[in-house]
Design a protein around this ligand. Sequence first.
Ligand SMILES: C[S@@+](CC[C@H](N)C(=O)[O-])C[C@H]1O[C@@H](n2cnc3c(N)ncnc32)[C@H](O)[C@@H]1O
Length: 301
Amino acid sequence: MENQSTDDFQFDEKGVGPDGQIPFGGAWTLIKLEALEKYLKAFNNALSKQRFTRIYIDAFAGTGYCDIRVNGTKTSIEGSARRALAVEPAFHKYYFIELKPRKLAALRAVVADYPEKTVDFLQSDANEALKSLCTKYSWQNERAVIFLDPFGMEVEWPTLEAIAKTGAIDVWYLFPYSGLYRQAVKDTDSLDPSKVAALNRVLGTEAWRQEFYGQKRQFGLFGTNEGDERTVDHHEMLNFVSTRLKGLFPAVTEPKILYQGGDLDNPVGPPLFALYFAASNPKPRAYGLATKIARGILDTL
Ligand SMILES: C[S@@+](CC[C@H](N)C(=O)[O-])C[C@H]1O[C@@H](n2cnc3c(N)ncnc32)[C@H](O)[C@@H]1O
């Protein structure tokens, strides 16, 4: 599975795969949510005897529920916001960021079941809201977990920089793996400005051009070899992402690759996302413990 070429898979421009599964969640949705929920429990347990105010920030919060389809069966499961609200020991404060007013209204109705919780709803672009939250606190007395769960390539590199700078926030980032290799097309002739902008946005550099592309090896009809072609496969592209993240955060786990189809025991289809955990606390004891917990969770999923 790991060695399957992504060039074998066809997607339309909305990112919908050949069997139309992407608009629904799948087994991968369960994996990311279980990883998050387990970590939130462990985080609150680990910090429960300490003086810190514990904050949960759901940057792409959704409605509190997710529709998934696993092996052809559709169900609705509890989403990240609802899981975070139910975690014990609880967080002291919750921020739910969501761009779509209709979704935020649905989430408000879910949160009404938890009148004892302190919740702020932010109807905003996640990047803007996160950058402002990162500077709202001094991060001397607070510790937080952020869940970055975008559909695609919405998370901008400067947002990750703002998070890393706090030195106090742990991040689960569902990196858009399929977005990456779909935007980084094989032939630079098709690398239009919107693709370039998307790659610059999520990677925070233009260095991907040198890393991913080289001169065409095959000559054209008239013996010319103008333009470049991608010379790396999707594994190498993801290694570039890992290197970028490791350059920004003191500790980053190896990503868990999440595939489009199949079930938990037997994932199939193209790789869709790469689930990363990153810790921004520069103290080795703090990031060491956080990544040990995160790795332990990822290994069981
Ligand atoms: C994959 S869903 C999140 C699912 C949610 N985490 C859950 O587990 O239930 C992504 C959500 O992000 C929202 N969204 C898309 N672009 C956004 C942006 N730029 N800022 C904030 N929210 C955005 C979408 O409306 C959608 O509800």
